[in-house]
Design a binder for this molecule. Structure first.
Ligand code: ADP
Ligand code: UDP
Length: 236
């Protein structure tokens, strides 16, 4: 496999073409942003941790029957994935009220909700990723109703699998963000990443935050929290 031209540089990753038109290479950076790019910084070693944690969790999900874009880890920061057309939505899955939901509904962070909540946001930095519903998604042609039914059922399944897996490691899965894509033959697969950048992870006993909220809220110990997650998941 040959690494070719850079196709895209995002806030946390770069995407490169390869000599296989069906595959792209994702390269994870240490750059960190929050509040729609307003806050910028670096988290030393984050790219390595997010690459390895994402691949570890994608492999687990594949084993449990969720199709993903994962193909092969190439190095500490680089992974080969199926090239997809990203469905331009962020799927947010919430078990416990936190972040923007706590603010929007006037809930205290940490309140357990009676049911898992799914939210969809239109992926557009200039618009600040506005929340949309199934009518907007169908009207704008971002995904069909059938595709959204599949995306929703995969998202709930992913929540079941990850929540149970993390519970055994003393980690509470508060909420997380998913992205899905479509391969050339139209198959919907889980894409992008699942990492401390995109999930809220709390220690089950102490409720200590072990995720990007330490960076967003200047809580300190950011690198240590990312390392702690990798250690609990992968033993190192
Ligand atoms: P952002 O674009 O929000 O700054 P990143 O820095 O994480 O985010 O950039 C990675 C980009 O690659 C994102 O736009 C993401 O949607 C896209 N992406 C993730 N997985 C794939 C894939 N399998 N094929 C093509 N694009 C992907
Ligand atoms: N999230 C993300 N990318 C985004 C927005 C949210 O990965 O662009 C994740 C975030 O890490 C959290 C969950 O989605 O785990 C819910 O985030 P929320 O809507 O509360 O927004 P935030 O408080 O992060 O602004």
């Amino acid at each position: 496999m040959e690494k070719r031209e850079q196709l895209y540089e995002g806030k946390a990753k770069k995407v490169f073409a390869t000599d296989d038109p069906t595959l792209v290479l994702v390269d994870y950076k240490d750059d960190a942003t929050a509040f729609n790019g307003l806050k910028k910084g670096t988290i030393a070693g984050k790219g390595v941790i997010n690459n390895r944690v994402t691949n570890h969790l994608m492999k687990l999900l594949e084993k449990e029957g969720v199709p993903t874009h994962f193909v092969k880890e190439l190095s500490d920061r680089e992974t080969l994935v199926k090239k997809v057309t990203i469905v331009p939505l962020e799927v947010i899955v919430r078990n416990i009220a936190a972040g923007s939901l706590a603010k929007r509904l006037g809930l205290n962070e940490g309140v357990k909700m009676a049911k898992t909540v799914l939210e969809f946001c239109y992926k557009d930095d200039a618009l600040g990723d506005p929340m949309v519903n199934s009518y907007h998604i169908a009207a704008m042609g971002w995904a069909t109703d059938e595709e959204m039914a599949l995306i929703s059922s995969y998202s709930l399944k992913i929540n079941e699998v990850l929540s149970a897996y993390l519970r055994d490691l003393n980690i509470e899965l508060i909420d997380f963000k998913l992205e899905f894509g479509k391969t050339a033959d139209g198959t919907i697969v889980l894409a992008d990443e699942i990492s401390p950048d995109t999930c809220r992870f709390w220690d089950s006993q102490t409720h200590e935050k072990l995720d990007k909220d330490r960076f967003r809220r200047d809580l300190g110990g950011v690198e240590d929290a990312y390392h702690e997650i990798m250690k609990r998941l992968m033993g190192e």
